[in-house]
Design a protein around this ligand. Structure first.
Ligand code: FPP
Length: 237
């Protein structure tokens, strides 16, 4: 399907990849099968975002709360993430900057090394930004930013009354990036679930009744159309 240039160009989209477990359950499969299919969909959809000229896409791969899941499920998600980190080297030949959001200190040392390498190797890219939120929580991100600013106050480099919203933005994992225009949540849920709490202040929420492993390019088109409709009304009377 071809779209006018204005369809998605320059948009920043946040995606909560939800419904993997339910997708698997419906098929009588283990939940991990849902994550495997979800990881493929993640690659297809982020590739498609790039094709559409989207400026930034942020996916929620693993939250700070997801450690509470059974060991087998956590290991599968981390394994899929590790496989992706190895594959991500394809991005050397593509115009995508990859940034990881979250507290990476709890991740496997090998993963941390690869993450640093990928971020370094793609830092100069000027095309789409792909943010992957892993061991990420919005509250944890805001807390970390508050700690960094408090440390500057303690050192006498900053006064409390000098702290601005912009300074907090500059201490988030997304520093320097545009806030999401809309947050997409498939699977019919209507919650942010600790995703981009700071950045989503003015974002539209687009929820869709489809489980993430079933999510297609056409669904993304529909979500963008929905956002564009709302956006057009925004400027009206
Ligand atoms: C939410 O569905 C999904 C997750 C907690 C994990 C998402 C992970 C991936 C798509 C794969 C790994 C990521 C990369 C970057 C390769 P759920 O399990 O909460 O679904 P449910 O609500 O139906 O139980």
């Amino acid at each position: 399907m071809s779209h006018p240039k204005s369809f998605a160009e320059g948009l920043s989209i946040g995606i909560i990849m939800d419904g993997n477990g339910r997708w698997a359950k419906k098929r009588g499969l283990p939940r991990t099968a849902g994550h495997k299919k979800g990881a493929q969909v993640f690659q297809d959809i982020t590739d498609y975002c790039q094709e559409l000229g989207v400026a930034c896409v942020t996916v929620y791969a693993f939250s700070t709360e997801n450690w509470k899941r059974p060991f087998d499920e956590v290991s599968t998600i981390m394994k899929l993430f590790g496989e992706y980190l190895i594959k991500a080297f394809d991005y050397k030949s593509r115009d995508v900057r990859i940034v990881f959001l979250g507290d990476r200190t709890a991740l496997q040392p090998r993963h941390q090394e690869l993450m640093e390498e990928i971020e370094r190797d793609t830092a100069h890219k000027t095309g789409m930004i792909l943010n992957i939120a892993i061991n990420y929580g919005g509250r944890q991100e805001i807390t970390a930013a508050a700690r960094e600013l408090a440390a500057l106050v303690q050192k006498g480099e900053l006064k409390p009354e000098e702290i601005t919203e912009q300074m907090l933005s500059d201490h988030m994992y997304t520093r320097g990036q545009k806030d999401p225009d809309f947050i997409l949540r498939p699977s019919g849920e209507k919650r942010l679930s600790n995703f981009m709490l700071w950045q989503a202040a003015y974002s539209e929420l687009v929820e869709m009744d489809v489980l993430w492993p079933d999510f297609t390019k056409e669904h993304l088109d529909m979500a963008i159309e929905e956002f564009n409709r709302r956006n057009r009304r925004f400027g009206g009377l």
